[in-house]
Write a new protein. Sequence first.
Length: 223
Amino acid sequence: MEMKLAPSMLSADFAHLSEDLRNAMQPGVSYLHVDVMDGNFVPNISFGPPVIRCVRRILPEAVLDVHMMVQEPKRFVNDYQRLGVDMLTVHAEATDDLEGTLQSIRADGMKCGAAVSPGTPVSVLEKVLPICDMVLVMSVIPGFGGQSLIPGTLDKIRELVRLREEKGLGYDIEIDGGVNLSNLDEVLDSGVNVIVAGSAIFGGESIPRNVQDFLERMEGKCC
């Protein structure tokens, strides 16, 4: 599977959002991870359509990888399609109709992803795996940036790799939460191929240097 780095916009400096995003989207980076929180499914509120509309103008070529931490996300599928979102990922825990929500995303021309929180088993996704373009494993409690990765969540990635092989499927596996250069090798060894990184990209002295450090490590693992 192709390795992809997805900088998480939640950790950018919103006083310098345009500059930070352009610095993060270096050659070799096409995905931008965008966390939408509603204050209901998770206890925090992030941003919604007005900000994403601006981001699409700033980065017209980026793959907008939108992670909906929102209760009953099916209500918003059409809105996000009109914003030019490429990938819309919804939580298994946030809807009573996960399959119908994913089908709705597909019907609107977007790629669809299903996410599970740390306490949710991968088994809840088995029915929908054939229609998923991506599966997102949350490696921290959803809702806040800057947390440490929960090591046991890597077992879910290994299980998803096994299921993908057994069923002959082609979904990407994404990890979100607490990934940094110190644990990146272990994360990559689990079989994940889409890496979301927030503080590790947008923190420190140089965003471009942080991005290159990730890309070099990822390239070394895949080759």
